[in-house]
Design a protein around this ligand. Structure first.
Ligand code: PLP
Length: 233
């Protein structure tokens, strides 16, 4: 199930899917690589209702939690699930009272990735991380509101999390798809703002995803003025 799609941040109805999977004895995995941190916030929690029914979750702490790449996290609901998939016998691997980490993944030699989120929680605390994530959700909703009331922009869908898909509606542009793809390339070349081109329901658009807590509300003015300036060239 989707716990925040890359394109729009959409979250599947997790309770409904969870109940179905339990009834049918199907493993439910929720891909929360981008969106899962929102489950811990007041604004995002209702979208993740039923999350506890998932058998496993993924989360990329290097996306919305601001941890350095790469720091992907897998959480499983039942202790021992990973060992029953990845566990194996090698006579040279020590098995003592502490389980050996090689029983849980495909990797043998690996970096100490979990140190990074552990330090972030110790240094900043969970409340600060939640506040930062809520701030970026608020930025996305504010940008969507501004876009929705601007005559030269079109909002392709209401933001669910912190992703906003918009089109610049140029007067006189014969082909809005190529206009927006060209504009996305110009924004990347320009470098003041970063966004990506995307397709929503077959329509080319500009995809803005707020994951940096340092982005400020006043930066939204820069986003729209930069887009207008580059579109006019
Ligand atoms: C929802 C979602 N799932 C999975 C991925 C891929 O994650 P990874 O780069 O850790 O393989 C991404 C983006 O990169 C994503 O947004």
């Amino acid at each position: 199930a989707n716990g925040g799609t890359t394109l729009t941040g959409a979250v599947d109805p997790l309770r409904e899917l969870g109940e179905l999977c339990r009834a049918e004895d199907v493993w439910l995995h929720v891909d929360g690589a981008y969106g899962l941190p929102a489950a811990a916030t007041e604004a995002g929690a209702p979208l993740f209702d039923g999350l506890e029914l998932a058998d496993s979750l993924t989360l990329d702490a290097h996306k919305w939690m601001g941890i350095q790449k790469g720091c992907s996290v897998v959480l499983v609901g039942r202790a021992g699930s990973l060992e029953s998939s990845f566990g194996h016998e090698e006579s040279y691997i020590r098995r003592e009272e502490v389980p050996n980490a090689v029983e849980r993944t495909l990797e043998y030699s690996r970096p100490f990735r979990s140190l990074k989120p552990w330090l972030a929680f110790r240094v900043h605390g969970a409340a600060a991380l939640r506040r930062w994530i809520e701030h970026t959700i608020a930025l996305a909703h504010e940008l969507a509101r501004r876009v929705d009331t601007a005559p030269d922009f079109e909002l392709l869908c209401e933001p669910t999390l912190s992703t906003v898909c918009v089109r610049h509606v140029a007067t006189g542009a014969a082909d809005l798809d190529s206009h927006n793809l060209d504009l996305a390339a110009a924004v990347q070349e320009d470098g003041r703002v970063y966004l990506a081109p995307a397709l929503v329901d077959g329509q080319a658009c500009l995809r803005l995803c707020f994951v940096n807590f340092r982005t400020r509300f006043e930066d939204l003015d820069l986003v729209l003025s930069t887009l207008r300036e580059l579109a006019a060239r």
